[in-house]
Design a protein around this ligand. Structure first.
Ligand SMILES: [Ca+2]
Length: 344
């Protein structure tokens, strides 16, 4: 008799093959539009896969164009999305080609295209774009999935601590098609009120809904304030994961790299963390980086197509610096550290 023990071991060994196949998920870039967005809290952050970032309606001064001598000097916040607006853009779209139907980076087309895009999306979703600080609600988020998908629900993750702008009473609309550039939403597919007690909510449709367009409306905020905010949300469709295209900023070939949390009590370490997080942001915008690299970076600082994360770039920088300083393999790490300190 074939030992049952061996059969069990064989099944356990093969299990990962089956589970990994069952867990295959296709990532789909989607377009978002919101009634208002604050610099650093742009709408794409509502579906960037990171619960520590959020979309928030405008609550401070409008974003300004920053001209920086080097992107590192910009820090890693919103200013980096606006630095080097005059950089020469290669006629060929960089080393990573854009696939058909994918929008170019929004900043490549600014200011020619953004106003028309905003107007079309405002009309598509029936969401009035509000300018200025602290616009009053109801605030709304529009999602264009790009194609029709079978949806069974919708998840919503409010910002941590359920702070300003967290949704209270809500309505969720779904549409499969458009008429004259307007999504045909009809009655809400779901509506209700979030309790403010949960870290995340799942709205179960109780059926499958074929839809391409969604509109998530905060009828009122949880705290009664004038803001709107979403840390994460996600239409639920088996086998698919939807990720914001960053209003055109996320490109084919872009990679998500985990950010390192800030350490406000350790300025020296924070400097290193800022650099890592800036590189992590750069990995999302390879075309942008490609356009400015000759102006701002040494060859050792460039992100190469084969790089997996910021560590590859940092290691290349350090090795280049070590070579410039005359180090060879025979030197010790301690010698390198001592001489590096002398350079500061
Ligand atoms: Ca987020």
């Amino acid at each position: 008799m074939f030992p049952r023990f061996l059969i069990a071991v064989l099944c356990l060994a093969l299990l990962p093959l089956f589970t990994s196949k069952a867990a295959e998920v296709t990532t789909v870039p989607v377009q978002l539009f919101a009634s208002s967005e604050n610099a650093g809290y742009e709408v794409y952050r509502a579906m960037d896969g990171n619960a520590d970032t959020m979309w928030h309606t405008q609550f401070s001064a409008a974003p300004q164009v920053h001209l920086c001598p080097h992107p590192i000097a910009c820090g890693y916040h919103y200013a980096c999305g606006y630095d080097h607006p005059g950089a020469t853009v290669p006629t060929a779209p960089g080393f990573m080609s854009l696939t058909d139907g994918v929008k170019r980076l929004s900043w490549l087309d600014v200011p020619n295209d953004s106003k028309a895009t905003n107007t079309a999306q405002s009309r598509l979703f029936g969401i009035a774009r509000q300018n200025g600080n602290n616009p009053r609600g109801p605030h709304a988020l529009g999602i264009d999935l790009g194609n029709v998908y079978p949806l069974t629900g919708f998840s919503y993750t409010p910002r941590r601590e359920q702070g300003n702008g967290s949704f209270g009473k809500y309505e969720l609309y779904a549409a499969k098609e458009t008429q004259n550039g307007i999504a045909v939403f009809g009655e809400p597919i779901a509506k209700g009120e979030f309790s403010g007690q949960e870290n995340s909510y799942i709205i179960d449709f109780g059926k499958t809904v074929e839809a391409r367009y969604l509109k998530f409306v905060a009828i009122s905020s949880l705290n009664g304030d004038a803001f709107g905010s979403i840390a994460e949300c996600q239409p639920i469709s088996a086998g698919y994961r939807f990720v914001a295209s960053g209003s055109g900023q996320l490109q084919p070939g872009a990679r998500f790299v985990a950010r390192i949390p800030d350490t406000p009590n350790d300025p020296a370490l924070q400097e290193r963390i800022d650099e890592w997080n800036l590189l992590a942001e750069r990995f999302k915008t390879p075309l942008y980086w490609d356009a400015i690299k000759d102006e701002v970076a040494s060859p050792a600082s460039l992100i190469l197509p084969e790089d997996r994360d910021p560590l590859d770039v940092l290691v290349r920088r350090v090795l280049a610096m070590a070579k410039d300083m005359g180090f060879t393999n025979s030197h010790t790490i301690k010698e390198f550290a001592d001489r590096s300190r002398a350079f500061k």
